[in-house]
Design a protein around this ligand. Structure first.
Ligand code: NZQ
Ligand code: ZN
Length: 388
């Protein structure tokens, strides 16, 4: 394990079919005023809203509702949440939804008592929080982002065509998260598989960095195998509890800071995907799947050993009589076949990207240097064109 690091994850998890019951205990730790944050209404259709409200009412809480958090929450919506949280001086923000709702709750929690414009401070200037933070709890209904156990909060600014994630510190992580795999059964297939690929991408973007022998890589290979196995069961039978529960747990560990330890981490698929998202407002996981194959085929020659290891350990490619390059390419082909099998979007054209947008998307992509190849603007343009 290279480098020096500290590790602490303060989020308490409650997992399983009966996990919502623990909300009662958690609520005792907070004051009376609860800001209930949710999305466009899926929780009202599947009954989760009623179950949560019942517990809130029985716990004698005063509930302020903040609904309509859209996928890829916007800066305007953030301002709305800030004014509501401030006005009612809420004691806890309870997010009930997917990554967008959890991210949004965290963004409101750090922004409510911020004296500057939060978009400028946290997203453009990337400054730390130096004001009061409202505690956040999550009831997760969509699996993929890992937002339930991390400090990420991604906000989209449509006016400036920027989608930016601020990864806040442990003081912003949810205080608790409730993970009931059954809640994910009602997800439409498109969202479900997009979430599966989001998990895979989080793992790959940490795995494909560094060249030392590192425990985190072995953990990630295990997580990938579990995900590949369970996701193929879940697309056939979305109500397979064993598969959905394994996927939910894998998603949390894929992005709760554990497997990043000792890794430089790449994150270029997310950077390109987020820029695609800023232009198209497409579903997060699909922006990643649509650019991944072009990206990985482009960087493969810069890290042939790692791509060979990926092919052998994750995709069980047989090495008999093959060159390293052939093995690595067969690994990527196996990954591409798997992605097609899940029904992922495999090009950005299908997400609404036009040739005219390519330069702008490349401009909006932040180039990071933790992976195997730092990309120039022209290289990003090349990857985007190859993703069309
Ligand atoms: O709004 P509702 O009606 O609830 O519908 C949602 C939404 O339309 C629906 N949904 C969620 N749970 C459901 C359900 N529909 C039926 N049954 C259920 N049980 O699914 C749609 C998508 O939800 P969303 O929360 O947007 O999806 P996801 O969890 O993928 O979150 C995406 C956001 O998270 C950010 C992304 O950039 C994007 O803004 N990310 C956050 C990260 C983090 N915190 O670390 C990292 C990720 O890489 C990602 O960038
Ligand atoms: Zn993601």
């Amino acid at each position: 394990m290279l480098g020096n690091f500290s590790y602490c994850n303060p989020t308490k998890l409650y997992f399983g079919e009966d996990s919502l019951e623990y909300l009662r205990d958690e609520l005792k730790n907070y004051g009376e005023r609860i800001l209930l944050v949710y999305g466009g209404g899926s929780i009202k259709k599947n009954g989760i809203y009623d179950d949560v409200m019942k517990i809130l009412n029985e716990s004698h809480k005063t509930v302020y509702e903040l609904s309509g958090v859209m996928p890829n929450p916007t800066v305007e919506k953030l301002y709305e949440g800030v004014s509501i949280a401030r006005e009612h001086q809420v004691d806890l923000i309870l997010a009930v939804g997917g990554g967008s709702v959890c991210d949004y709750a965290k963004a409101v929690s750090v922004s409510a008592y911020c004296n500057e414009d939060p978009w400028d401070k946290y997203y453009l200037k990337m400054e730390d929080v130096d004001n009061e933070i409202i505690p956040v709890g999550c009831v997760l209904t969509m699996v993929g982002t890992g937002s339930e156990m991390n400090g990420g909060a991604v906000i989209t600014n449509h006016e400036t065509k920027l989608k930016i994630g601020h990864v806040f510190g442990e003081n912003v992580f949810p205080k608790f998260s409730i993970l009931n795999p059954v809640y994910t059964y009602t997800l439409p297939t498109y969202q479900m598989v997009a979430g599966f690929y989001d998990i895979m991408s989080h793992i790959l973007e940490q795995y494909f960095s560094g060249s030392d022998d590192n425990t985190s890589d072995y953990i990630m290979e295990g997580l990938l195998k579990s995900l590949i196995h369970s996701s193929q069961i879940a697309v056939k039978n979305p109500q397979d509890y064993e598969a959905r529960s394994n996927i939910m747990w894998t998603a949390t560990w894929a992005l709760n800071t554990l497997v990043a330890k000792g890794k430089t981490t790449d994150w270029m698929v997310h950077m390109i995907g987020q820029a695609v998202g800023a232009y198209t407002d497409a579903t997060h996981g699909m922006t990643l799947s649509a650019v991944s194959m072009a990206y990985y085929r482009y960087i493969m020659p810069y890290a042939l050993d790692k791509f060979k290891r990926f092919a052998l350990n994750v995709w069980n490619v047989s090495p008999e009589g093959k060159s390293d390059e052939t093995i690595a390419l067969e690994g990527l082909k196996a990954m591409e076949d798997y992605m097609n099998h899940l029904g992922l979007v495999m090009n950005i054209h299908d997400l609404g990207v036009t040739d005219e947008m390519i330069e702008g998307i490349a401009d909006a992509t932040f180039s990071m240097n933790g992976g195997y190849k730092e990309l120039s603007h022209d290289e990003i343009v090349g990857i985007l064109k190859a993703s069309m």
